[in-house]
Design a protein around this ligand. Sequence first.
Ligand code: HEC
Length: 120
Amino acid sequence: MKTLRIVLLAAFAVVWSGLIAAGADTGAGSLQLAQVSEGFDPESRYAAACFACHSTGAAGAPRVAPGNALEWAPRLEKGLDAVVENTVNGMGTMPPKGLCFDCTPEELRAIVEFMIASSQ
Ligand code: HEC
C-alpha cells in the first residue's frame, strides 16, 4: 500500500492529477464488492447455473426475461429474504442452491436480484 502511494505520488509529480483520481475510483469499486467474492458476476452465474430452467420455465420455474413480472409478483409477496432462502434450500423441483454449489447465500441473493430486475 505504501509503495502504491509513493508510485502514485511520483506519477502526480510528473504526469497529471487525474491519475490519482483514477486510482481512488478503483479502491471504492473493490469495497462495493466486499459482500460477494471478488469479481463475482451475477449475470454470468445466472447464465451458467440457472438459465437452463429459468429461461424456459421448465417444471414451473418462474421465467427470467423482460415482461415476466407477473410470474414473479406472487413469489415476491413473501419477501425477498424468503425467496432467497427457498433458493438456498431448494424448492419443489428446484435443487438446493439452484445447482450453483459454490455460491454463497449472498451471491445467490445477487443472482436472484438480477433475475427479478431482468424480468420487469
Ligand atoms: C433444475 C431446474 C432449476 C435450476 C437449475 C434453477 N431453478 Fe430456480 N426454480 C426452479 C423451479 C421448478 C422453481 C419453482 C419451484 C416451485 O414453485 O415449487 C424455481 C424457483 C425459483 C425461485 C423462486 C423461489 C420462490 O420463493 O418462489 C428463485 C428465486 C429461483 N428459482 C432462483 C434460482 C437461481 C438463483 C438459480 C441458479 C443459481 C436457479 N433458480 C436454478 C427450477 C430451477
